[in-house]
Design a protein around this ligand. Structure first.
Ligand code: IPE
Ligand code: IPE
Ligand code: MG
Length: 237
């Protein structure tokens, strides 16, 4: 990557392949998740250094509850542990942390941990690190429409005045720019219910690299690819 490359303002990430990474090594899937958490930590530091403004990672989807109770339980334990570490890393790197998704489904102590992370980092002015947990785009849009409908009934919003911006302001990502670049690791070419509204014109980059193996070089490779794309937003260039 040379110094002339444009740095995408907002990078969205689907971190996939923890299970396959573990399987390849004859390890339980949870070991892949543990390693994946370390990679998240490193990626936050790299993104902050590169001058990316927003990094949004998909940590746990509304569909991931379908996994075995052992795996879901292990993921919850990892959250508990990494939320504390993340607070330290965020403070060291001037990172503001925000969570999107429906946190109400988590245990009380996890909800408190999420609230604390947001509260104690909200004045930071560097990278905004967004974690999507119990996140599903259809769930997000449904919750948004439900609140919007309630506001219409209350007379706070008029139905004929609803614009794309109004609907956007009801989403969990209110106030954030749309992602410029989406990176998915592990080779799957699908969105898996991630940011369906926000990714309308995002450039998509898929790498075969399994998430625990993701590193600075991989991120830079994605940025180089992004720079080769011509973004048209429906127009003609
Ligand atoms: C991504 O890795 C992490 C989560 C979805 C929580 P996976 O657990 O999906 O790994 P694979 O896709 O089975 O390899
Ligand atoms: C997407 O990965 C969700 C997260 C990365 C949290 P999945 O592994 O759950 O997606 P599918 O099942 O391959 O579509
Ligand atoms: Mg997967």
């Amino acid at each position: 990557m040379n110094t002339e490359e444009r740095i995408p303002r907002h990078v969205a990430l689907i971190l996939d392949g923890n299970g396959r990474w573990a399987k390849k090594r004859g390890l339980p899937r949870t070991m892949g998740h543990k390693e994946g958490c370390k990679t998240v930590e490193k990626t936050v530091e790299i993104a902050a250094r590169m001058g990316i403004e927003y990094l949004t990672v998909y940590g746990f989807s509304t569909e991931n509850w379908k996994r075995s109770s052992e795996e879901v339980g292990a993921l919850m334990q990892l959250f508990r542990y990494y939320m504390v570490r993340l607070l330290k890393i965020a403070k060291q790197n001037n990172v503001r942390v925000k969570m999107i998704g429906d946190r109400r489904r988590f245990d009380e102590d996890i909800i408190e941990g999420i609230n604390r992370l947001e509260r104690e980092t909200k004045e930071n002015t560097g990278l905004t690190f967004v974690i999507a947990v119990n996140y599903g785009a259809r769930d997000e849009i449904t919750r948004a429409v439900s609140r919007l409908a309630a506001d219409c009934v209350q007379g706070r919003v008029k139905a004929e005045e609803i614009t794309e911006d109004v609907l956007s302001s009801y989403l969990d990502t209110a106030g954030m720019p749309d992602p410029d670049l989406l990176i998915r690791t592990s080779g799957e070419i699908r969105l898996s219910n991630y940011l369906l509204w926000q990714l309308a014109y995002t450039e998509i980059y898929v790498t075969d690299c399994l998430w625990p193996d993701f590193n600075e070089e991989e991120l830079k490779r994605a940025v180089v690819q992004y720079n080769k794309r011509e973004r048209r937003f429906g127009g003609v260039k």
